[in-house]
Design a protein around this ligand. Structure first.
Ligand code: GDP
Length: 315
């Protein structure tokens, strides 16, 4: 039967190690003494291809899987490309989760997202609010794929006794993030815009929407720590939120990045861009009760990410 606690010697497949979350999780596991981590680039293994995924599982036989591979993006990318966000995510997660059961993986951790919860969920959002109301339209396709992934993990758990667990991270940021302005999330986008405005001596920076929506931001190293904690200690199909417990308005976020960057120009709000959901703050009581809490505050996390971004440009 299934071993519940992950051992240092287990062969762990981290799917999506080139992404923000997967990369941080692979580093966290390696620094925590897990010596047997396998990764695959997209050219080595396209997770959307069922046969290729099954071949990989049959040949390598991982004991543990972290499913951090997904097509992700900010509000504009999600709104513009719902087909790809729905279809690619369904393919990736169906292939990996199905293969995990068929090739006897002992434990699987599926990463979802805070956008799975209803647009007007009571705040802070508890895990129990899943499927109690309609979703935010700008990322409904992505959210539905992620909800299907949770459901599949829970179904495998109930029907076949698989130890497949699911974590719901809030908005993540940190080193290795996507800084492309058309497809990124707000934090890396504003960090880049403000960095460039300061560099070029610009007098203003454009911020999408009204600046009033509220978001919670978790440094990806905290997310990675939480994932390791769940792999080591959590064995229930009930989803677990992973957040920092505090949110800020987009205006406050922009002002904080300006302070960190030393930029004193003006913020100009662009109402032609969507605001998205008004507020998205996760309740992290379940995770805290299990014994885990985040460590990296927003100012420190932004400052570290700002330095990383500036250094990464030096090549
Ligand atoms: P969301 O959390 O799914 O809504 O995704 P985002 O992180 O992309 O956007 C969060 C909020 O930040 C939305 O209200 C955006 O309109 C706002 N925002 C402000 N400026 C920007 C920007 O330059 N890029 C992005 N992606 N969002 C921005």
């Amino acid at each position: 039967m299934i071993a519940s606690a992950v051992q240092n010697s287990d062969l762990i497949f981290v799917a999506g190690h080139r992404g923000l979350a997967g990369g941080a999780i692979a580093r966290e596991l390696a620094s925590g003494g897990y010596t047997n981590i396998i990764t695959q680039t997209r050219s080595q293994l396209d997770l959307r291809e069922r046969d290729a995924v099954r071949r990989f599982f049959s040949e390598t036989r991982p004991g543990v899987v972290v499913l951090a591979a997904a097509k992700v993006g900010g509000i504009k990318a999600n709104n513009d490309f719902p087909v790809e966000f729905l279809l690619e995510n369904l393919k990736i997660q169906n292939n990996v989760i199905e293969a995990a059961r068929d090739f006897e993986v002992g434990k699987l951790l599926f990463l979802g997202s805070s956008c799975i919860y209803p647009k007007f969920a009571a705040q802070p959002i508890e895990e129990s609010s899943l499927l109690t109301g309609s979703l935010e339209p700008t990322n409904e396709a992505y959210a539905i794929a992620k909800i299907a992934g949770i459901e599949l993990c829970q179904a495998y758990s109930r029907q076949y006794g698989c130890n497949f667990i699911s974590a719901m991270p809030t908005n993540l940021y940190g080193p290795g993030d996507n800084f492309d302005l058309a497809s990124s999330h707000v934090l890396p986008a504003l960090l880049r815009k403000i960095y460039e405005a300061k560099l070029h001596g610009a007098s203003e920076v454009s911020v999408w929407g009204s600046g009033t929506p509220r978001r919670e931001f978790l440094h990806v190293e905290d997310l990675a720590g939480a994932c390791r904690f769940l792999l080591e200690h959590y064995n229930s199909p009930e989803v677990v939120n992973v957040g920092c417990g505090e949110d800020v308005s987009i205006r406050e976020l922009a002002e904080l990045i300006c302070e960190v960057a030393g930029f004193s120009g003006k913020l100009v709000f662009d109402p032609s861009k969507p605001d998205g959901t008004p507020r998205k703050l996760l309740s992290i009581e379940r995770l805290k009760k299990l014994g885990w809490a985040p460590r990296i505050g927003l100012r420190e996390g932004i400052s570290r990410t700002y330095d990383w971004y500036r250094d990464s440009l030096k090549g």
